[in-house]
Design a protein around this ligand. Structure first.
Ligand code: MN3
Length: 254
């Protein structure tokens, strides 16, 4: 156990140094620690497979804003499929291309050289793992502390931030994600296509940094309840945002 921990800490440090930022695995583990303190590391042990992390709350917990059936299908079918297909896709990758270990940061760094199935399913697994921790029952309201100060300083006000983030979520054509990221202390808002994210080393990703907030705008995230009305889903989502997770990610990134 001690060996595993030392190895993990070493890997986190070396990956963070290589990317000049906090490691992707550390970010998602921080998010789980903030959202569900009883949860353990969500990453596979050395040589293991990626697995579906436990949802930090029940399927019905985000009602009436996000409905139970959407949560159940989104988590047990969509997220599970990304995990299953990521493990399958990794079996086809030449070990010399990816190297070892098979961590998110290693995959995201080399993503342009990897098969599309690895890119899509690694992004899908990672983004959803973060997304669950960024919601909670009785969430919403306003951020607090340093994150609130920096949002106000960066965007003028919380309302203006909320408007810009909602706009980015609406303007993403087709399937994708909206993001609030921090990069060298500076916040920015943007979006990515499909399952890409701001940690991927890709020219086509025009927002880079450590995720602070992530919003899934794929139709599967809202179609059962809101049908084609993405704006209604976004408005509902603000009521379940977990600002403690966002603050924790922001603090760790500095
Ligand atoms: Mn989704």
């Amino acid at each position: 156990m001690e060996n595993n921990n030392s190895r993990r800490n070493f890997l986190k440090k070396s990956a963070a140094l290589a990317l000049g930022t906090i490691a992707a695995s550390t970010i998602v583990n921080n998010a789980f620690s903030a959202s569900a303190p009883s949860e353990k590391e969500i990453l596979p042990a050395d040589g293991g497979k990626f697995t579906l992390p436990a949802l930090p709350y029940g399927y019905e917990a985000l009602e009436p804003h996000i409905d139970k059936l959407t949560m159940e299908i989104h988590y047990t079918k969509h997220h599970q499929a990304y995990v299953t297909n990521l493990n399958k896709a990794l079996e086809t990758v030449d070990g010399n291309v990816l190297g070892s270990p098979q961590t998110f940061e290693n995959i995201f760094d080399k993503v342009s050289k990897l098969p599309a199935a690895v890119r899509n399913n690694a992004g899908g697994h990672y983004n959803h793992s973060l997304f669950w921790t960024m919601m909670k029952p009785n969430g919403g309201g306003l951020p607090a502390g340093k994150l609130a100060e920096v949002i106000n300083a960066s965007f003028g006000s919380f309302d203006e931030f909320k408007k810009q983030f909602s706009d980015a979520s609406m303007k993403r054509f087709g399937s994708g994600w909206a993001w609030l990221v921090v990069n060298k202390g500076k916040l920015s808002i943007g979006s990515t296509a499909n399952q890409d994210n701001p940690l991927m080393n890709l020219d086509s990703v025009d927002i880079k940094g450590t995720p602070v907030l992530a919003l899934d705008v794929w139709e599967h995230a809202y179609y059962l309840k809101n049908q084609n009305r993405r704006a209604d889903y976004i408005a509902s989502w603000w009521n379940v945002v977990n600002w403690e997770t966002a603050s924790s990610l922001f603090a760790a990134a500095k």
